[in-house]
Design a protein around this ligand. Sequence first.
Ligand code: ADP
Length: 187
Amino acid sequence: MTERFEIEVAGARLVLLRGDITEQEVDAIVNSANPALTPGGGVSGAIHRAGGQELTRACAAVRRERGPLSPGEAVLTPAGNLRARWVVHTVGPIWRGGRHGEAELLARAYRASLELALAHGARSVAFPSISTGVYGYPVEKAAPVALGAIRRFLEENPGGLTEVRLVLFSAADFAAYRATWEKLARG
Ligand code: ADP
């Protein structure tokens, strides 16, 4: 079964693949962080384990300087032992039924991450599926928001990034994103 899809958006590659975000060879990977930027579990725990002490210390320094992050915000740190150069830490919304601005906050988290990566000179960025783990955002509702926000950013910033990847860890998440992907690829 194919576990990688790719389309072109405004001269950039938009890639959907099944895999592990900590293994991506891109300029910046995005972490679905908690507001305190502590390692925690899930994808954030995995990124901190792979990044090591340097990453966790950089996060602690950011937290001391600017306090906790709000949903939709993003900050950037060096990536420690990861293959990527930077980690962009963003906080997604906690799902509370869908009528509390969740979609807008989720789109903002993707957009803020892309803006920050591009501002630091990154050309390639990889995302996990933000908010669809312990934060409870239904993956079939998150997929169109995530892919739509990324596509819009690429359209609005031509000549900026060369590649954005969405890296899905589980088969079920990959299938949910793939269903949205097929609609997107058709236009
Ligand atoms: P959130 O607080 O955003 O819900 P979680 O870490 O609980 O954060 O989950 C976000 C998504 O990250 C989930 O879909 C989970 O399957 C996925 N995930 C967990 N580990 C990895 C990994 N190593 N690479 C990519 N995605 C991962």
